[in-house]
Design a protein around this ligand. Sequence first.
Ligand code: LLP
Length: 446
Amino acid sequence: MGVNTNNLAATRLPLFPLNTQIKDGRLLIGGFSVEELAQEFGTPLYLYDQSTLDDALAQYRAALQAEYPAQSGLTYAGKAFLSLAMAQWAARRGLMIDCTGAGEITIAVAAGAMPEQLLVHGVSKSWEDLQAAVAHAGTLVVDHLGELERLIELNKNSSRLNFPDLWLRLRPGMAVETHSYTQTGQDDSKFGLSALEFLQALEKAQKAGLRVTGLHFHQGSHFHDPTPIAPALDLALDLIVETRQSLGWMPQTLCPGGGWGTPYHEDDLPHQTIGEYVRFVAQHLMQGCRERNLPLPRLHLEPGRSMVARAGVAVYRVEAVKRTATRRWLLLDGGMADNPRPALYRARYTALPVSQPERPATDAAWLAGPYCESGDVLIEALPLPEIYPGELLAVPVSGAYQLSMASNYNGARRPAVIWLKGGKVTLIRQRESLEDLYRRDLPLPS
Ligand code: LLP
């Protein structure tokens, strides 16, 4: 096999948090030696670098300001990673937080998010989800007509003066190009309202005296080409022309969702920037409004991954090295329990040794976890130098949809999470203990 023996570090460092460097043969993030962090907090370890989060947010804000002359806003899609600290970061930065159901609402509220910062999503919200939304959230995105019936009922019995504003989620009939498991915009998707249902929902909500202030759609997650947003925007704007005429309604806010992709692997570089994505959306929206003589709505974006993925790094210890007929296996102390994405979506990651990361590659390695199934392979065929048991490997772009989808498979204890900011490290989530594994269990009667 042809192996890239170039300086691995030079090609992979751009995937790590902004202030990652190699000094005296050691990988440093935010000025911290990753090796020392691993010693102090154990492995597998997840770290988040706040300056990288702040930078992604600044890119979004600058692009919206530069490209869109009317009002705009941003929601952080909490499903990518939500913890008390993460929700605090989003709330303090003035972001809205997209919460899927009562669970994420509870975390965001505990973090101090204000009602106007809470936006609630969910393809089939339970009564509990809806009640939590009505109690705490400023905005709720309606996904289907049955949900609207429930909301009308809740509104009748609600003592809250400020019942949430409603956005209606349109299913535009076209998805973005991505793994089929994360496509959501297509006709047959379980998400959202058809154009006809949208009109019915709007009329019903208006009759019931509910405030509908937004039109939302989301075509899928982790796309790299924004082109399919254009026809979806056109469809949405055509619908608005119709609602203006027939119901006298126009949305204050138009939200084409989130989903902008992120480079995970050196082969994904260079990658279009957040700014280029925002420009595409803004320009098409402005043009569409001009053509239809519509005023510009407030443009709202809802990124998760592109905000948080690069800020996160997973650090694993190599427990064993094994050679089989054609493969060099590096067996790590984590894998599909903390990161099911390779198994679920064939997601492709990269890694660097924490010590002497500038060593040239010798040959390809397969990085696998300790779990009892052959699908537990984190990275396939990755050029790496000779690696010995006990060494640490750092996997960049680990901030999104890893911990939020982590499990206790094979009795895995979900990892500790630390937060790096301005030369300070804070433990923001404890590693699960052995006892945690059966804390909710109860014995059989004797
Ligand atoms: N808005 C809505 C309505 C969504 O459903 C999602 C993601 C987002 C925004 C944020 O998408 P992002 O900007 O993070 O791509 N587990 C999968 C991703 C599932 C995405 C679910 N919805 C993965 O690991 O790739």
